[in-house]
Write a protein that binds this ligand. Structure first.
Ligand code: OAD
Length: 233
């Protein structure tokens, strides 16, 4: 950390991408784009109906071609470029809007739509096309073993060690557009030092709102650029 420059950790959720046109998860009775979460976001759902799950993520992956980063994503990219202390952006989102905005110190803790993983050899591959039930693994050639590189319910989020270390050293923690329903992400605010500034930016108070020291309510495209201007002033 640069002397006098606090270490910054930012957690984002579906709310930051809402104004780009991607639906959040808990907006409509536990349904995600008309599907029950248990059907499309669990290993059991994939085992029961791989075609449905592949089709679902194929649709989500294609949808990325129709959306662009919004003012909140762009402000966080600017913040990373200009911030003089340590910086880590942890997103629960599987979209690529933070990547396209230009953030580099970025962890996709719930995986990425643009990656596929082989259940046979464990290889992880950049993936732009549709995945089919019989798409061969580019590395081991196994058939029917490629799945979206998405962390489903009951699976371990990615890079938890690196995230834990950053949280322990954190001087400012921001949580943007996340409902605080899904752990371990919802518990991050309680893992930072008690002296850290802990700011929640959301349309409404989240499930873990009481653990924050400050709240900014409003749409992310307004509150995030405002806060970034303050932090860089
Ligand atoms: P949720 O859908 O649970 O919550 C979205 C949050 O964003 C809510 O608290 C909304 O109030 C807020 N919100 C909506 N529009 C906003 C806007 N324009 N500006 C600011 N805030 C806004 O999404 P997550 O918390 O991201 O996991 O959900 C966590 C995880 O649950 C996801 O990563 C996903 C899901 O199941 C996996 O896919 C593994």
């Amino acid at each position: 950390m640069g002397a006098g420059h606090p270490s910054l950790v930012i957690l984002t959720g579906a709310g930051i991408s809402a104004e780009s046109g991607l639906r959040t998860f808990r907006a409509s009775d536990g349904l995600w784009e008309e599907h029950r979460i248990e059907d499309v976001a669990t290993p059991e759902g994939f085992e029961r109906n791989p075609e449905l799950v592949q089709r679902f993520y194929n649709d989500r992956r294609r949808q990325l071609g129709t959306v662009v980063p919004n003012a909140a994503h762009l402000a966080l990219a600017e913040l990373e470029k200009s911030w003089r202390g340590d910086f880590l952006l942890v997103t629960q989102n599987v979209d690529d809007l933070h990547d396209r905005a230009g953030n580099q110190s970025l962890i996709h803790m719930h995986g990425e739509l643009h990656k596929a993983r082989c259940q046979r050899c464990g290889g992880v591959f950049r993936w732009e096309e549709d995945l089919g039930a019989m798409t061969p693994c580019p590395s081991c050639r196994a058939l029917g073993e490629l799945r979206p590189h998405i962390v489903w319910f009951g699976e371990m989020p990615l890079e938890m060690d690196r995230i834990g270390e950053a949280l322990e050293r954190c001087g400012i923690f921001l949580a943007i557009g996340t409902s605080g329903n899904v752990y371990p992400a919802a518990g991050f605010v309680r893992m930072v030092p008690r002296t850290a500034r802990r700011i929640e930016l959301n349309l409404e108070a989240s499930q873990v709102a009481s653990a924050f020291s400050e709240h900014r309510s409003g749409p992310a495209t307004v509150t995030v650029p405002e806060l970034v201007r303050e932090l860089l002033a």
